[in-house]
Write a protein that binds this ligand. Sequence first.
Ligand SMILES: [Zn+2]
Length: 420
Amino acid sequence: MGRKVKRSFKHRFYPTREQAAELSRTFGCVRFVYNRALEERTRAWYGEQRRISYAQSSAALTGWKKTEELAFLAEVSSVPLQQALRHLQAAFANFFAKRARYPRFKSRKRTRQAVEYTRSGFAWRDGRLTLAKMAQPLDIRWLRPLPESAEPSTVTVSRDSAGRWFVSLLCEDTVAPAPPTSSAVGIDAGITSLLTLSTGEKITNPHHERRDRTRLAKAQRDLSRKTRGSGNREKARRRVARIHARIADRRRDFLHKLTTRLVRENQTVAIEDLAVRNLVKNHTLARAVSDASWAELRMMLEYKCAWYGRCLVVIDRFFPSSKLCGVCGTVSARLPLNVREWICDCGAVHDRDVNAARNILAAGLAVLACGGGVRPQREPSRTGRSSVKQEARRATAGLARLRGGGGSQDGSLPDAITAG
Ligand SMILES: [Zn+2]
């Protein structure tokens, strides 16, 4: 029993000198093929309004390998080259569907280099991975073993700006459903703490974060003083990249543990849309939780909720979560960001963030109760349309009902919702 999911497992590996050389060569060829194909597509599109297909690009690649000056392309595995053309095809499909900008050239200076191998480009035997054109398996440092039944379908090899090598194995895996629970939680992206939960719990940034940032600032100052093109500058650049990488790794690790816990403990998780945070132009807020953290957190919650059969509700942007009194439903007119605690006219005393998290939870549960129709509360001042005001009133009524039902205060779901 369990859910079949695609899951990738990323680990560090240490290539031999030959493997590193082979991979660097492959990075170069992949970049070349991608850029050359992009150039041809661009010429066809802007010159003749003609679209070039993946099959045509692939045929062109076969032709290039036969020429004298591009014969080096035949020396590396053809699998990552084909994958590069598939990625280009996907980039154009997104462009033509108006989902993305026009594809751009890959630069050698790009900090992270990556190539992808599909099933025919690697051998997987007894838990050892050998890439095409290589004699030895990669020396992978497994932090934890791959699940018993896992069989990688795609392998991505990358080198980050700090010069570290990683291999990511995409596998089909079976995820056991999380034990059923009736708990629900609302999450607010806070100012003084990283996150505040509707339970009242405040989650702060990991304590090494500040120390890492100080180190980063110092390394960046050092880098700015080095002469362009010098060996010392390259060393300083690596140091900056290493600190960046460590910050990102630790943050990801922290967010993984946090999101796994939240998803396992709760049937329903309610969060605010990221866009809501972009409306608030405040530097302390931007500093306390970076957009990267929040976007990563949301992405993790999305797929983990899907894995474990949980429900993630994303509340629409103009929801005044911190200004709405969770007890009486009044929206306070003004609440400057430096006000951490406020007293509503009804007498309720609110911690700003906890109140916001509770309102997000209540709004999330109201959305679920309304049968999936998103009916967020909006600030009437932003839109002036009567239909929106009506929605706001209905949502407020819904909040009051949920509060009155008594279920949501301690974070458990009212029966009506679990039944439906
Ligand atoms: Zn009140």
